[in-house]
Design a binder for this molecule. Structure first.
Ligand code: ARG
Length: 400
């Protein structure tokens, strides 16, 4: 009798390698590995070979970098998405993309279930589960790591017993998740929130001491609210994010240390380096302020915060996220121009911006020559704006 098929989100690491075997042996499935490359620079052929070696009947490896940039990072950028005001949601954004590929592979191979290696303590399990259920309510979801809480030592022993290749390189003391939009570093000494993260935790950003003294100046061009060029040169989304990330990282920009509230209630200390995201959000937000109405910005700030929470909480494939996206797409239509930023020793500052249709009008704003503003119009405006306050104050003999 043929066995049911399951598609496993496969990273090539120890945990997901032993899952291939566990799903085959203990759960009775034929396992299809699935890896969506979101910029963690792994060798695709090696990954496939590893999955097969671990016992997978097939392995799908997809280069999903442009898709990730266009369909996930850029919408997050439109929303200036920062969880709890600081985290650009790099790990959170990749989960719905990975889930999209899990579902596609499940359809292609006629699988009845998908599996992931997320633990029961984190946000990723929530994101995978919601994303898969949101797109494909018929698929069953298995998370053996959540069911069994397999320790690292137990995983090593299991791999050895079953002849599964384990990574030969010295294991990093940290748990790392990386993609185009950023890098998250957890575990080890980072779990003591009083201690500064050691330099060894960082791979993409220079320390204060190592960053050059001379600032870097960077000009980012936007069309319809999305970044399209760096210093006048047009770039694809992936090339642009990579380039901005390199310059920012070299100048120590993008390190984040957050006492974070997980969906599952745990308060944790999270360390990130998201150089490209931090710079692009800074630039985008500035150009928005220049090219759109203050009233829209006030509304959008509220919606942006909600959009960030939706991403964090795993509701990417939800009617609310799509509705907010429609708002952002409409809002983005008039955001066009260039923002100049200065990056130096961990700091990023906007130093100038230009836009063909900026709402800023020098003749209205100036305190100098050429003032075209009708000063007397302000009097009637203030009279009406304050009307109720004046009346209240008159009734009560003033507000004390
Ligand atoms: N705390 C971050 C988040 O929830 C990082 C998660 C990283 N995931 C991982 N499997 N290492 O988005």
């Amino acid at each position: 009798m043929s066995r049911n098929k399951i598609v496993l989100a496969y990273s090539g690491g120890l945990d997901t390698s032993i899952l291939v075997r566990i799903l085959t042996e203990d759960y009775g499935y034929d396992v299809i590995g699935c890896h969506a490359d979101v910029g963690e620079s792994k060798d695709h052929e090696k990954l496939k070979a590893k999955a097969r070696q671990a016992g997978a009947v097939a392995c799908e490896v997809v280069d999903a970098k442009e898709e990730f940039a266009r369909d996930f990072c850029f919408p997050a950028l439109q929303a200036n998405a920062l969880y709890q005001g600081v985290y650009p949601l790099s790990a959170a954004l990749s989960r719905p993309l990975i889930a999209r590929h899990l579902v596609a592979a499940a359809r292609k191979h006629g699988a009845t279930a998908v599996a992931h290696g997320a633990t029961g303590k984190g946000n990723d399990q929530v994101r995978f589960d919601f994303a898969v259920k949101g797109m494909a309510p018929d698929l069953k979801i298995l998370a053996p790591q959540r069911e069994r809480n397999i320790s690292r030592d137990a995983a090593m022993a299991y791999a050895e017993k079953h002849g599964i290749e384990v990574p030969t390189s010295k294991k990093s003391p940290f748990s790392i998740d990386e993609n185009l939009w950023g890098r998250s570093i957890e575990g080890g000494v980072l779990e003591d929130p009083s201690q500064e993260p050691p330099e060894a935790a960082f791979a993409w950003t220079k320390s204060f001491a190592d960053a050059p003294n001379e600032p870097a100046v960077l000009k980012i061009g936007f069309e319809k609210g999305l970044p399209v060029s760096v210093d006048g040169k047009k770039l694809s989304p992936v090339a642009l994010i990579t380039k901005v990330g390199k310059i920012a990282g070299d100048n120590g920009v993008g390190r984040i240390d957050l006492m974070e509230d997980r969906v599952v209630g745990i308060k944790s200390r999270e360390t990130y380096e998201c150089p490209a995201a931090v710079v692009l959000i800074t630039a985008h937000q500035d150009l928005e302020r220049f090219t759109t109405l203050g009233d829209s910005l006030r509304m959008k700030a509220t919606l942006d915060k909600r959009y960030s929470e939706i991403i964090y909480d795993g509701f990417w494939y939800s009617p609310l996220r799509l509705a907010l996206q429609a708002f952002n797409d409409e809002h983005a239509k008039t955001i066009e121009g260039e923002v100049t930023l200065k990056l130096c020793k961990g700091s990023v500052r906007v130093i100038g911006r230009t836009a063909k249709h900026g709402i800023y009008n020098h003749a209205l704003a100036t305190y100098g020559e050429g003032d075209k503003f009708d000063h007397r119009a302000a009097e009637g405006f203030i009279q009406l704006l304050g009307l109720q306050l004046y009346e209240f104050s008159r009734q009560h003999g003033g507000v004390k």
